[in-house]
Design a protein around this ligand. Structure first.
Ligand code: AMP
Ligand code: ZN
Length: 665
């Protein structure tokens, strides 16, 4: 045997033992013998550096230190899941998708919802390439070196699977590993970790991968993403993934009806406490992959999947005091300060009370004993008062009338659940909050400037609003606490670079009330420049698809404020992008104005998403189901027969992919 062959055969053998132990839970070698073989391989690799391979089992011990994790754009967006809580919710969901697909013959897979941190693993030609966290769904952090240390993740696949694919799963910390880790920490005089989920997700961002290697992390896989159409169903793709080394839990089950889905849910609602890891629900997915594609996505979640949340845990505790927080838009949030209590593995001290109506409706008072619940959300909520424990001298809560930060009288406009502090330009948390929002990742994404520094800059009187950022100079910033020449320079460079950020992000960054990311995109598409937007009247605004009275009024209020007009003029003078760029304008036309399209089947020249984007870029509308309003159906291969029938019954024009391309060309 040559050295190369020896190395290869040791790697294969060790990979197989790893797989048996970590995936199949079935050891095939003693720890001692494994170590001997690993040492042998290490030695051979050292003597023959030309055969180095980052995916060798010797590389699992870590050793890489990452100071800054690189931001990577996901090839395929990582969506959230819609939630359901009852049989009715599930039946509604089924009805919705049956309507879109035009069939009642559906099959589902039921999976547990693993409670950890989501991860996207890229493989090419059977080799692990990289791992990226979910991040905001569009972009995440590359954590490849850390992920490589997790033994149940295959670095080299055992058999052929797909050529180029992504594997999605959840990084978890099994309960017994978590307990052991905490015992160790307590022995070392360190504080115990609060819960497995946060510890798992925190582990992904440790700088030293050797530390990650020491943690008993595991990875449970739940989705194969690939453009190859090798498998017809989700279940089949997962079963095959398991065969080639991935840890796909055996708990996944096929269901032929919602009743069978409910059986799975009821079984695991009771049995989940016996599992070696935490789960907070079940995920139900349409099994047929072509149907999944037909169903597509809403702006935040797939239509073909839904999570079912198990009932949350509850405890009761004393509400000591109600305080008020001021957000960046001036919105006031009442907060319940509680006697600390253990709930679902964490200590809870505060809970959100939402708004004045909520307090009144539940009749929540200081001194009450309240029931607190924690679902998937980070902030727990109060669901009821234990009236049997109410003190005799208790009086109803009187909601704050003045801002706790600047003492301005609060206002509440009709139809609005929240109170606001109107002192937009003089109320500290609003000033800081607006600038913090402006620089945040989804907005101007300014490198080298963080939320705390913004607060510091404001306190020092260097900035009062986001436009002031662009006047900052290195010499002004250097003398500040914890600033050095280099970090000051980075900050100024980051600010100057943000002038290239596209208009839709700038519009979102302005922090106009109710103008979130999606609304900002809509507005940019329609109005194309800040001037067009700010001079539009109410009627023009509400005429835009999905822009309602509330958003329109908020834009009018913003645009008629002299302070805002001055700010915008300054931003213009600094050269920020306040209109749509020439390139994106070039791809947009009104050719399809007023036309509604339904896209169905499998396409060859464009992906389904490209097709939809092209429709929208040319002024058309995409709808998910066929109705009288539909003008055209773009039919790919394998369009569903019931859709075809419906289209014929309504006499809607059916066109091919090529017809469509000719139309917009
Ligand atoms: P949420 O964050 O509540 O919107 O839920 C979506 C997340 O659930 C995904 O990002 C996954 O990380 C996680 N998840 C856990 N188990 C599964 C599963 N079996 N299928 C899909 N997603 C899952
Ligand atoms: Zn205020």
């Amino acid at each position: 045997m040559t050295n190369q062959q020896k190395i290869q055969s040791l790697r294969d053998e060790l990979n197989q033992h790893n797989y048996n132990y970590y995936v199949l839970d079935n050891a095939s070698i003693s720890d001692y013998d494994f170590d001997i073989k690993l040492k042998e391989l290490e030695k051979l690799e050292q003597e023959n550096p030309e055969f180095f391979d980052a995916n060798s089992p010797t590389q699992r011990v870590g050793g890489t230190v990452t100071k800054n994790f690189e931001t990577v754009t996901h090839k395929n967006r990582m969506y959230s899941l819609d939630n359901s809580y009852s049989k009715e919710d599930l039946l509604d969901w089924e009805k919705r998708i049956q309507k879109i697909l035009g069939t009642t013959a559906l099959e589902y897979t039921c999976e547990l919802k693993y409670d950890g941190a989501s991860i996207n693993l890229t493989y090419e030609n059977g080799q692990f390439i990289k791992a990226v966290t979910r991040g905001d769904g569009f972009q995440g952090d590359e954590v490849t070196a850390n992920i490589r240390t997790i033994k149940s993740i295959p670095l080299t696949l055992k058999q052929d699977f797909l050529i180029d694919f992504e594997m999605r799963g959840e990084i978890i910390l099994p309960l017994d590993g978590f307990t052991k880790m905490n015992q160790q920490r307590l022995e070392n005089g360190e504080e115990a970790y609060r819960n497995p989920r946060n510890t798992a997700s925190g582990s992904l961002k440790l700088q030293d991968s050797t530390e990650v290697a020491k943690r008993p992390l595991d990875c449970l896989l739940y989705q194969v993403v690939s453009s190859e159409r090798k498998y017809k169903t989700h279940f089949e793709s997962l079963e095959n993934a398991r065969k080639v080394s991935f840890k796909v839990p055996k708990t996944i089950t096929l269901a032929k009806s919602i009743d069978q889905v409910l059986e799975f849910i009821h079984y695991w609602d009771l049995k989940r406490h016996d599992l070696p890891y935490e789960t907070d629900g079940v995920v139900i997915k349409v099994n047929n992959l072509q149907q999944q594609e037909e169903l597509g996505y809403t702006s935040k979640a797939p239509r073909w999947a839904i999570a079912y949340k198990f009932k949350a845990e509850q405890v009761s505790t004393l509400l000591n005091k109600i305080t008020y927080q001021v957000g960046r838009t001036g919105a006031i949030t009442p907060v319940a300060n509680l006697a600390p209590v253990q709930l679902a593995g964490t200590t809870v001290k505060r809970a959100s009370l939402h708004n004045a109506d909520q307090i009144e409706k539940l009749d929540i008072r200081e001194g009450d004993t309240v029931f607190v619940e924690k679902g998937g959300e980070i902030i727990p909520k109060i669901i009821a008062v234990d009236f049997t424990k109410r003190p005799e001298n208790s009086t109803p809560t009187v909601y704050a009338t003045h801002c706790p930060e600047c003492n301005t009288e609060l206002i509440r406009t009709e139809g609005d659940a929240k109170h606001y502090c109107p002192n937009e330009f003089g109320c500290a948390p609003q000033i800081t909050g607006k600038i913090q929002h402006f620089i945040s990742r989804k907005a101007m994404d300014i490198d080298g400037l963080g939320g705390e520094t913004v607060d510091l800059l404001r306190k020092e009187g260097l900035i009062q609003n986001y436009a002031d950022l662009y006047d900052l100079e290195v010499e002004q910033v250097v003398p500040l606490e914890r600033m050095a020449e280099k970090s000051a320079q980075n900050m100024i460079t980051g600010i100057q670079k943000s002038k290239e950020i596209p208009f839709e992000k700038v519009l979102f960054a302005l922090g106009i009330r109710f103008v979130g990311e999606t609304v900002a995109k809509k507005l940019v598409k329609h109005f194309k420049s800040i001037d067009n937007l700010m001079t539009a009247d109410f009627e023009t605004l509400v005429a835009v698809d999905e822009i309602g009275d509330r958003i329109a009024q908020s834009i009018i209020d913003f645009s008629s404020d002299l302070g805002n007009i001055q700010l915008i003029n300054r931003l213009k003078s600094y050269g920020l992008q306040l209109e749509i760029s020439k390139e994106s304008l070039a791809n947009q036309t009104n050719k399809l104005e007023g036309q509604v399209f339904v896209v169905s089947g499998v396409f060859h020249q464009m992906s389904r998403n490209e097709l939809k984007k092209t429709i929208e870029d040319n002024g058309g509308k995409v709808s998910s189901s066929i109705s009288k309003k539909t003008n055209f159906i773009i039919a790919g291969d394998n369009m569903g027969p019931s859709k075809l029938q419906k289209a014929e019954a309504l006499a809607i024009a059916i066109i091919s992919e090529q017809d469509f391309i000719d139309k917009v060309r």
